[in-house]
Design a binder for this molecule. Structure first.
Ligand code: SF4
Length: 473
């Protein structure tokens, strides 16, 4: 996945566990499996002797939890977080889980997504005397929870969550319970799992369960509040279920191929996207290749359907870190070359179909097309296993503004010329929905297609901030 080169990033991954002797270690492994969702910061919070303990820092999970840092986190319950940070959002105060201590009980929160009415709520709370330390949605939720102090904890949480709009998956830890909440449209993935019938786990992706030996139980439902404590697990609601609108980018690009969302495996869904693309377009070529890693499954599907052989025409160098990617043009070019190499023996003299899952600014696509030509490809046909990205995401994915997106206001032919390809094809929005296989006519199985269509499943307010704008405030 070349997300850091494309400006297309998932905001975060969350994990929670209740009732395990090595809760922090399990959270560590869980976060490892979610590392692709955020590489810039990681944190774990546990409960021990009625106290919340937290260790967090900037960097990969391995970098943050080195030495005996995990040993400082005893306890049988934990929540964890990995975070991608846009420019301006760095600093330890922004690293989650955030812990809020008070005489009425402490609370740790980790969050994935973006609350679209956060500015409005924040203004309202400030008028009532709340003082904010950060611009994060997480802090807004904490203030809302603390406001309704006279209610029992569950009711306070429900009242607070019911005021939020947008896309959110929260895990909250108190001295007594683990709470898990999903927005009314269920936009971000969030699954429940179990180890040995007694230990409950929750994670942004089911790949985290495989690593810790947990069985997937089900997805957290839209508008649901799951409460897990020593008495077991209970389901409550803070909002009626709205039409489901899972982020379709999870299937196309973000989630790991070995994860399932609502029982649909990501690798298989991507293969179907590639197959469907091959049904929708006609390309005369000798070889199909995919841009590693996230496009490989779609490329295999495209090859199977078209009958054009799949070959590994591009290799990813796995040992190049993000730190090598510098903002200057020359170093960006070098950065792509360090991350990807063409296999000359595969592409030389061939008409190549390069399957990719998205074009954001177009700069990376242009570089890869050139790389394949420099390696001797006779023709390079770009086939995208998704519709053109034309609009920003307000739900926590760093697809920033229309002007950054090469497809906004341009035809495929114009984009093709800009990236220097012989042809450029996109999958249709109908093809996307049908190939993923969620059955969009079922209100429980719908997708968000906002960045492809400009039609969003929730209210977008005049002051709704995109993630990068929020962090610069
Ligand atoms: Fe996902 Fe796009 Fe919807 Fe954002 S706008 S949630 S990236 S489908």
């Amino acid at each position: 996945m070349l997300s850091e080169l494309r400006g297309l990033n998932e905001e975060c991954g969350v994990f929670g566990i209740w009732g395990h002797d090595n809760a922090a270690q399990m959270a560590y492994y869980g976060l490892h499996a979610l590392q692709h969702r955020g590489q810039e910061a990681a944190g774990i919070c546990t409960v021990h002797d009625d106290h919340l303990l937290v260790e967090k820092g900037e960097g990969l999970v391995n970098d943050v939890f080195h030495g005996d840092r995990l040993n400082k986190l005893p306890g049988r319950s934990a929540i964890g977080h990995v975070r991608y940070t846009t420019e301006g959002g760095r600093g330890i105060e922004n690293v989650q889980p955030l812990v809020f201590r008070s005489t009425t009980g402490s609370l740790a929160i980790a969050h994935n997504g973006n609350v679209t009415n956060a500015s409005d709520l924040k203004r309202h709370l400030e008028r009532q005397g709340s003082i904010f330390q950060s611009t994060s949605d997480t802090e807004v939720l904490a203030h809302l929870i603390k406001k309704n102090i006279s209610y029992p904890q569950n009711e306070r949480l429900k009242k607070a969550l019911a005021q939020l709009q947008g896309a959110f998956a929260f895990v909250l830890l108190t001295e007594d319970a683990l709470y898990v909440a999903q927005d009314p449209n269920g936009m971000r993935p969030l699954s429940l799992g179990c180890i040995g019938g007694e230990t409950w786990v929750v994670a942004s992706e089911t790949s985290a369960f495989d690593l810790i030996g947990a069985e997937t139980v089900r997805s957290v439902e839209p508008g649901e509040l799951v409460i897990i404590d020593d008495k077991g697990i209970r389901s409550d609601r803070f909002a009626p279920k709205a039409n489901r609108a899972i982020c379709s980018m999870e299937y196309i690009y973000f989630s790991r191929p070995d994860s399932d969302i609502d029982g649909i495996n990501i690798h298989m869904a991507r293969k179907r996207l590639g197959k469907r693309l091959a049904q929708e377009v006609r390309i005369e070529a000798d070889v199909v290749t995919g841009v590693p890693d996230s496009s490989i499954s779609a490329a295999i599907g495209f090859a199977e359907e078209s009958g054009i052989p799949y070959e590994m025409g591009l290799i990813k160098n796995r040992y190049v870190g993000r730190t090598f990617i510098q903002p200057s043009q020359e170093l960006r070019e070098r950065g792509v070359k360090m991350k990807l190499s063409p296999v000359r023996q595969v592409v030389e003299g061939k008409r190549v179909v390069m399957v990719d899952d998205s074009i954001v600014r177009g700069t990376t696509s242009r570089r890869i097309v050139k790389m394949l030509r420099d390696a001797g490809a006779k023709e390079v046909h770009v086939a995208i296993s998704a519709p053109p990205l034309i609009a920003p995401c307000f739900y926590g994915v760093d697809i920033s503004t229309d002007s950054d997106l090469i497809a906004t206001g341009r035809t495929p032919e114009e984009i093709c010329e800009l990236i220097g390809a012989d042809s450029l094809q996109f999958l249709s929005a109908e093809g996307l929905v049908e190939a993923v296989g969620r059955n969009d006519e079922d209100p429980n199985r719908g997708h968000c297609l906002g960045c492809f269509t400009g039609n969003y499943p929730t209210n977008i307010f005049a002051d709704t901030k995109l993630p990068h704008e929020k962090e610069r405030v």
